[in-house]
Design a protein around this ligand. Structure first.
Ligand code: ATR
Length: 285
């Protein structure tokens, strides 16, 4: 750590994470390992930005000349309107998880879509093609997951969210994202659809606070033929991942998606190919 601090100078470029909370995040460990491996004079720091402070934080990025940022819970949707531009995928999804400061403008991108599909392909070569999918959540992360599933020709996507109106609105938007049928689910329909789904994804922030030991998706009807992905990760398996593993299902927490979305963000900030193996290894230290 001392050696690393001694390398920081007045030329060092700053990339940050804007989220709330951020204490759990492994992004600083992973991205600083990547910068160090490629001897880039850049540092990555996490900033806990309360919802009311987001626009000031984005303005701060400009005044401080930050190279860029990642954006996470709960800012992915709100940040879109604070930037100078966003690429077509981020605009379609309505969520940004990566900001690049090109010198004059802050430009938003969404690397969650590619990150989610890369993680899914680790457990199923064909990706989402032909699958019936259940997604919990309707925030920025869920929007990226649903866009990825539609782009990858999933057969159906059922969206359950605590606030039903957000699920309804996500499904209405997703109607134009391809041939995939997207329907909102009520809480009463949830247990039966858990049993019917081939792929189950938690894209809510439940479990981010490691003290919270609940799953937003009922786990009693899981079975071994399913694929279960929880975008949340922590030192121990989440309730959902633990229950899925106990049935023999293929289960992934959010680490692989974290690595793959960060790899795409790294390309955007540096123009270089990311050291993915180093990034993955850094998470186990
Ligand atoms: P992000 O953009 O990173 O997805 P977000 O927009 O704050 O962050 O979305 C968080 C998601 O987690 C939402 O779907 C939220 O549900 P609401 O739309 O009802 O707020 C969901 N979520 C957060 N805390 C939850 C909880 N305790 N129980 C169930 N869902 C929760």
């Amino acid at each position: 750590m001392q050696a690393r601090c001694q390398q920081i100078s007045s030329r060092t470029g700053l990339v940050g994470l804007l989220g709330h909370p951020v204490l759990h995040s492994l992004s600083p460990v992973m991205l600083n390992a990547a910068f160090a491996a490629q001897k880039l004079d850049m540092v990555y720091l996490a900033f806990d930005v309360a919802p009311d402070d987001l626009s000031r934080a984005v303005e701060g990025m400009r005044s401080l000349g930050m190279h860029g940022a990642n954006v996470t819970v709960p800012h992915k949707e709100k940040v879109v309107g604070l930037l100078d531009a966003a690429d077509s995928l981020a605009l379609r999804v309505g969520a940004v998880n990566t900001i690049v400061n090109d010198g004059d403008r802050l430009v938003g991108y969404n690397t969650d879509v590619a990150g989610f599909l890369a993680a899914l392909r680790l457990v199923r070569d064909e990706g989402a093609r032909g699958l019936r999918c259940l997604v919990a959540g309707a925030g920025g992360a869920a929007r990226a997951v649903v866009a990825a599933l539609c782009d990858d020709a999933a057969e159906e996507v059922w969206v359950y969210n605590r606030t039903a109106s957000r699920a309804l609105s996500l499904c209405a938007t997703a109607a134009s994202w391809g041939q995939t049928i997207c329907c909102p689910l009520s809480v009463d329909e949830l247990p039966a659809q858990v049993a019917a789904a081939d792929l189950i994804v938690n894209a809510t922030s439940v479990g981010l606070e490691t003290s919270v030991k609940v799953s937003p998706i009922p786990v009693d009807n899981l079975d071994s033929r399913q694929i279960v992905m929880d975008l949340v990760y922590g030192p121990n398996p989440t309730v959902l991942v633990a229950a899925a593993m106990a049935t023999g299902a293929r289960a992934l927490d959010g680490r692989e998606m974290l690595v793959m979305q960060a790899a795409s963000s790294y390309r955007l900030w540096t123009g270089m190919e990311p050291p993915v193996a180093t990034m993955r290894e850094s998470l186990d230290r």
